[in-house]
Design a protein around this ligand. Structure first.
Ligand SMILES: *[C@@H]1O[C@H](CO)[C@@H](O)[C@H](O)[C@H]1NC(C)=O
Ligand SMILES: *[C@@H]1O[C@H](CO)[C@@H](O)[C@H](O)[C@H]1NC(C)=O
Length: 479
C-alpha cells in the first residue's frame, strides 16, 4: 500500500522588531505536554476522495515529480517577490517601524501549491476540517457560515465540513471598531468598512494564485490532540470564518496559517507548548507506511538522536526562516562558492522551506555543485530535461546505478553544524529508469532554499525561544 508521506509546509513568519510578541518575556514552561498533528501529503490516497483534480495519488512517478515542481515554481516566485522588497533595506537596521508599503504581504499559501494537510477540529460542537498547512500566512480559516443564508449551497456543503459560526457556542466575532481589527489584522487583510461598532471585522484575503476568500474574524475554540491521546481545548484561537471563496479552492476546507504573528495558530500553539515545534519528513517519493506528525512542544523520546543546532535567523526575511550556511562540501571537500552567496545581507542567504520540494541554489552555487557531479555522472547517459522553470536540470538514465557511486554531499553551517542528507535526498527517483539531481538553479542575487526533499529522513526542531534550529537524522517513527 502506498502512503501518506507526510508533512509540513513550514517557514513561519518571522517577527518584526517592533512586534509585541512576548518573546522577550520569560516564557513560563507549560506542562500541557505536546500536541501533534498527523501530516498528510497531497499525494496520499487519504485525500484521493476529494473532488479536487490534483489531490490524491498521481497517475505515475513522472507526474508526481511534475506536480511538485509546478508548486515549487509558484512558491519560488512568491519567495522572490517577498525577499526583494526587504533587501532594499539591507544597509539599514530593521526599521523600528517596518515600512508598511511592503505589507500586507501576500500570503505564500498559493493554494494550488499546498502539499501537506492536517485535520483540525474547531467549534462547539467541534467540527473536523481538512486544512492546507501554510507557512507563509498567519490566518487560519475555514469554510463557514455566519451572516450568509445561501452560501455553500453547492455540492461541497454535502460534506458538512462547514463551521456554523452562528450556532457554535464558542464563536465570538472580533468587532470592526476594535484596534485588533483596525491595526493588528491589517496585515491579514482586514477591511476598514465598519457599519456599526459591534459589526464583525471582515477580511478580503488574497493569495498569490488569485484565490480570494471573504469572511469575518472571530475567536473560536480549537481542539488539538496531545501525544498521550487526550484532547486539549485551546480557547480564543483567532480564525477566519470564510463565507465566500473565489478561485480553485472548492475541495479544501481551509488553511492553517503557521505564520508567526501574534494571532496565528502557530504562535498560540507554540506558546502553550514551550515555544517549539518539530516535524520529521520521511521519503515521500517512495512508498512507505509511515505516518508523520507536526508536533508542538518538546519531544521526549529517549531513542531520539542527539541534535545539532544552528542559529535561526529571525526577522530578516519575513516570513521565512533563514539559516547561516558557510558552504557545501562534496566528499569532504569544500566547494569554491563565493561567500556572499550565503550572506543574507548582501543579496544571498539561505532559507529552510518545507513548502518547496527541490533545493534551489543560486547560480554560482549550482554551477559548482553541478561540476562536482560531472565525473560521478559521466558513467550514465544524460537525459534531456525540460527548461520549464523549477524542473530538475540534471537527469540521467540510471541503468547500473548504485548509491555508493555518488559522492557525499554536506551542507555546513557557520556555527559548525553539518547536514549530511542521505544520497536519495539529492539524487532523486524522477521516473522509472530515470534519476535527477535534486537541485535547481535560480539567478543571482537571490536566496538559496533548502527544500523539503533534502530535509527528509531528519527531525527538524524550530526552537523559537532560543532562535535555533535543531536537526538530527531520524526514521521519523518516534511517538
Ligand atoms: C479574542 O481572543 C483574544 C486573545 O485571547 C482576546 O484578547 C480578545 O479579547 C478576544 N476577543 C473577543 C471578541 O472575544
Ligand atoms: C553568519 O556567520 C558569520 C560567521 O560566523 C558571521 O560573521 C555573520 O554575521 C553571520 N550572519 C548572520 C546573518 O548571522
Amino acid at each position: 500500500m502506498e502512503t501518506s508521506t507526510l508533512f509540513v509546509f513550514l517557514s513561519l513568519s518571522l517577527f518584526f522588531s517592533d512586534c509585541n510578541f512576548p518573546f522577550h518575556v520569560h516564557a513560563s514552561q507549560s506542562n500541557h505536554g505536546t500536541a501533534k498533528f498527523k501530516l498528510i501529503h497531497r499525494h496520499s490516497p487519504e485525500l484521493g476522495n476529494f473532488h479536487g483534480t490534483t489531490l490524491g495519488p498521481p497517475s505515475n512517478s513522472r507526474e508526481r515529480l511534475r506536480q511538485l515542481m509546478r508548486s515549487d515554481n509558484a512558491r519560488l516566485n512568491t519567495i522572490t517577490r517577498r525577499l526583494f522588497p526587504r533587501r532594499k533595506n539591507v544597509h539599514v537596521d530593521i526599521p523600528a517601524n517596518p515600512n508598511l508599503v511592503e505589507l500586507p504581504i501576500r500570503s505564500a499559501a498559493d493554494i494550488g501549491t499546498g502539499q501537506y494537510f492536517v485535520s483540525f477540529r474547531v467549534g462547539s460542537p467541534p467540527r473536523k476540517f481538512i486544512m492546507i498547512i501554510d507557512t507563509g500566512s498567519s490566518l487560519t480559516w475555514m469554510k463557514c457560515k455566519y451572516k450568509c443564508k445561501s452560501c455553500f449551497k453547492d455540492r461541497a456543503s454535502q460534506h458538512e465540513r462547514i463551521l456554523n459560526a452562528k450556532t457554535s457556542r464558542t464563536f465570538r466575532p472580533i468587532p470592526c471598531s476594535s484596534n485588533i481589527c483596525k491595526q493588528d489584522l491589517a496585515r491579514s487583510f482586514s477591511l476598514q468598512h465598519c457599519p456599526r461598532p459591534s459589526a464583525p471585522c471582515s477580511y478580503d484575503y488574497r493569495y498569490s494564485d488569485g484565490t480570494t476568500v471573504l469572511g469575518l474574524f472571530g475567536n473560536e475554540t480549537a481542539i488539538v490532540r496531545l501525544t498521550d491521546g487526550r484532547k486539549f481545548k485551546m480557547p480564543e484561537v483567532m480564525i477566519g470564518c470564510s463565507e465566500t471563496i473565489m478561485g480553485e479552492f472548492h475541495d479544501i476546507d481551509g488553511v492553517m496559517g503557521l505564520g508567526f504573528e501574534w494571532h496565528s495558530f502557530a504562535l498560540k500553539a507554540a506558546k502553550k507548548f514551550g515555544y517549539k515545534f518539530s516535524y520529521c519528513l520521511v521519503d515521500h517519493l517512495s512508498p512507505s507506511n509511515l505516518v508523520n506528525f507536526l508536533v508542538f512542544g518538546e519531544i521526549n523520546d529517549p531513542t531520539m538522536p542527539k541534535m545539532q543546532y544552528t542559529e535561526l535567523i529571525l526577522g530578516v526575511v519575513n516570513p521565512y526562516y533563514a539559516v547561516n550556511v558557510s558552504g557545501i562540501s562534496i566528499d569532504g571537500k569544500m566547494l569554491d562558492i563565493p561567500s556572499h552567496v550565503w550572506d543574507i545581507r548582501s543579496g544571498g542567504g539561505v532559507i529552510v522551506d518545507s513548502g518547496c520540494s527541490l533545493t534551489q541554489l543560486v547560480n554560482p552555487a549550482f554551477n559548482r555543485v553541478a561540476a562536482a557531479f560531472e565525473a560521478p555522472l559521466s558513467k550514465f547517459k544524460k537525459l534531456s530535461t525540460s527548461s520549464e522553470g523549477a524542473e530538475p536540470e540534471i537527469c540521467f538514465d540510471d541503468a547500473g546505478y548504485k548509491e555508493s557511486m555518488m559522492p557525499k554531499l554536506a551542507i555546513h553551517f557557520a556555527d559548525g553544524a553539518k547536514l549530511m542528507p542521505p544520497v536519495k535526498s539529492y539524487v532523486l527517483d524522477a521516473a522509472d529508469g530515470e534519476k535527477c539531481l535534486g537541485f535547481t538553479s535560480t539567478p543571482w542575487p537571490g536566496s538559496t532554499v533548502i527544500g523539503n526533499i533534502l530535509q527528509q529522513n531528519h527531525l527538524w526542531e524550530f526552537d523559537l525561544l532560543n532562535s535555533r534550529l535543531g536537526f538530527a537524522p531520524s526514521s521519523c517513527t518516534f511517538e
